[in-house]
Design a binder for this molecule. Structure first.
Ligand code: HEC
Length: 271
């Protein structure tokens, strides 16, 4: 019995969270699979801005249409750009791996399982928010969570241009006071870097309501929707499973009453 309790406790243990590789603290992001509008907008952004380089080879258009509540004809009309593609096909692209390696120095990975295997939604969310202009990189872009990334900033027209600004600020001691060098009496400083939006983005595709200049909040919404969509793609039956799980628990709770009464009757017979 004790073993059973231990096993069930272990099974209930929440999964460990994901953390950034480069040590940059990740922004919080809680996916919401019930928000169909967000998932639909995320899919639209993905098809327009990411699919050219990143396939979703384990996901089909049809399943996506059904789960996101988009009629198949609308899906084919607005979200599928290759006329030869059929609704039952998987979401692939035609980028050549060897060309991609020459152009970007790395092959763009398939993203179907990305939020499951590599980064988790927080990592992806932070990654898409922390691209900045860096003239030293071949494609002019760098990233705070993925240093020297090979990918260009695919959403730069939506986000606008961010620059990295670093300042030397006095280092704080554990008690909160500013640290000083005992000999020279100078403050001991540390470099703290952040990103600053120096040029606002624009939404030419009217992806976001009230298109035009996008501010930081609107861009965050774009990235939220996109991350939410990729989180859904990583495990399309999650929502269904969670719902079924709730029904099963409710059923068990009700079933407990007759089962208990029946057991009591049986016990009476035994004595
Ligand atoms: C022009 C091609 C191109 C486009 C468009 C593009 N990517 Fe990438 N992406 C790449 C390449 C190349 C890499 C590999 C970079 C590396 O490993 O240095 C990459 C890597 C990634 C990674 C993996 C980072 C990691 O942790 O390994 C993610 C996530 C990603 N891209 C998401 C996106 C999303 C979301 C979009 C759409 C907004 C997008 N990409 C658009 C080329 C592209």
């Amino acid at each position: 019995m004790r073993l059973m309790t231990l096993v069930s406790l272990l099974l209930l243990w929440p999964h460990a969270g994901h953390s950034a590789e480069a040590g940059f603290p990740l922004y919080e992001m809680t996916p919401d699979l019930e928000d169909k509008g967000s998932l639909q907008r995320g899919a639209k952004i993905y098809m327009n801005y990411c699919l050219g380089c990143h396939s979703l080879q384990y996901q089909r258009y049809k399943r996506t249409a059904v789960d996101l509540g988009v009629p198949e004809s609308l899906m084919l009309e607005h979200l599928v750009f290759d006329p030869n593609t059929k609704i039952g096909d998987t979401i692939t692209n035609t980028i050549s791996q060897s060309n991609a390696k020459t152009w970007f120095g790395a092959v763009p990975p398939d993203l179907t399982l990305y939020t499951q295997l590599k980064g988790g939604p927080e990592y992806l969310y932070t990654y898409l928010l922390t691209f900045y202009e860096d003239k030293k990189r071949p494609l002019g872009a760098n990233n705070l969570v993925y240093e020297n990334v090979g990918m260009p900033h695919a959403l730069v027209e939506l986000q606008g241009v961010q620059k990295k600004v670093c300042k030397d600020i006095p280092k704080l001691a554990e008690n909160g006071g500013e640290m000083m060098d005992a000999l020279s009496q100078d403050y001991i400083t540390e470099e703290v870097c952040g990103l600053e939006l120096v040029e606002r983005g624009y939404s030419p595709l009217a992806l976001v309501e009230g298109s035009g200049l996008l501010d930081a909040d609107e861009y965050e919404q774009v990235v939220y929707d996109l991350t939410n969509f990729l989180y859904y793609v990583g495990d399309p039956s999650r929502l269904e499973r969670e719902r079924t799980g709730v029904f099963v628990l409710i059923f068990l709770a009700f079933f407990f009453v007759p089962a208990y009464l029946l057991a009591r009757e049986y016990k009476k017979e035994l004595h």
